[in-house]
Design a protein around this ligand. Structure first.
Ligand SMILES: [Zn+2]
Ligand SMILES: [Zn+2]
Length: 316
């Protein structure tokens, strides 16, 4: 906001003056006389407002338009990854509307796009402010701190176990994808590298001839609810395919890092069911079977599946 604040403050002053002089002025979405806040604050909005006030201490008030813009923003799908240009523009517009419909006593430290990014992150962390504030706040702080290993889980709590398993996914979403997306959309070179960005890593032309990759994608897409891959996915896959994996213990750190990067270079339509390690091991198994028997990826997947089925058949 610091970038736009002065202009904006002038507009507010002019508008406020018009209420005393009776002269018509520009509409101002942050005016509580023109747009009275609702008498009963909605639960989600109350959480948002409490959080925002703590995060941006410069904010002083919100208006009825803020509530309206908040509702509209919550209609957006924050997990969508391949938005069209119009959808992106609409999302950005809604963020700007929300931010500028509040008043600030002085210019916030953050710029308009930083504020937008912050709100996006919190929307995802709090699941659109449906989670209790404390819970969301804890989640959010965990996202921001790099030492998430210290996260304590109660082994008996299934729900917590599940969220632990898919934490990698949420972390990527907030720490990498959203950060990168904002820059990338604005055409700024992002400090956050995102292997799952098709704009940065377009799909190579010869992809229709890369049968192994296509067979892999066919399987992976279904297994992991993946919806998109990039040129980076293809590059890493081709590299890993060339590595000789004799068995699971044979794998070195570098290869494992590549497997992780492979998983992170794709985007998902919903929370995948698997832990990043589990799925990495699956991929590894497929690659090593394919290599060991000199068969394609699809055949390798079938072979592994059959091997796993044999014990059951024996019991029949
Ligand atoms: Zn007014
Ligand atoms: Zn990009």
């Amino acid at each position: 906001m610091s970038d736009k604040y002065e202009k904006w403050r002038e507009r507010i002053e002019k508008h406020d003056l018009s209420h005393t002089t009776g002269c018509q002025a520009q509409v101002d979405s942050s005016c509580v006389i023109c747009y009275r806040p609702a008498e009963i604050m909605k639960k989600e909005f109350r959480r948002f407002w409490k959080w925002y006030r703590e995060e941006i201490p410069e904010v002083t008030s919100y208006s009825g338009k803020t509530e309206e813009s908040f509702e509209e923003l919550m209609d957006e799908n924050f997990h969508a990854v391949d938005r069209t240009g119009t959808e992106k523009a609409r999302m950005k517009k809604r963020l700007v509307w929300l931010i500028t419909s509040m008043r600030y006593e002085r210019s916030p430290d953050k710029t308009l796009s930083e504020l937008g990014e912050l709100i996006c992150q919190m929307v995802v962390a709090s699941e659109k402010f449906t989670k209790k504030r404390k819970e969301a706040r804890n989640l959010y702080e965990e996202y921001l701190s790099s030492e998430s290993e210290g996260y304590s889980t109660d082994g008996s709590n299934r729900e917590q176990d599940d969220s632990e398993r898919t934490r990698w996914y949420e972390e990527t979403l907030t720490k990498v994808i959203m950060k990168h997306n904002l820059d990338c959309e604005l055409g700024i070179e992002s400090k956050t590298r995102d292997g799952s960005c098709q704009r940065c890593f377009p799909i190579p032309e010869g992809i229709s001839n890369n049968n192994d990759f296509l067979e892999f994608w066919e399987w992976y897409r279904k297994t992991m609810d993946a919806e998109l891959f990039t040129g980076e996915t293809v590059r890493i896959f081709n590299g890993l395919k060339a590595v000789q994996f004799r068995n699971r213990t044979d794998i070195n750190e570098e290869n494992f890092a590549e497997l992780t990067l492979l998983v992170l270079s794709m985007r998902y339509s919903k929370k995948p069911k698997y832990d990043i390690w589990e799925i990495s091991l699956e991929i590894l198994e497929i690659l090593s079977v394919s290599r060991e028997f000199g068969i394609g990826i699809k055949k390798a997947i079938e072979r592994i599946r059959k091997e796993k089925e044999i014990p059951e058949d024996h019991f029949r």
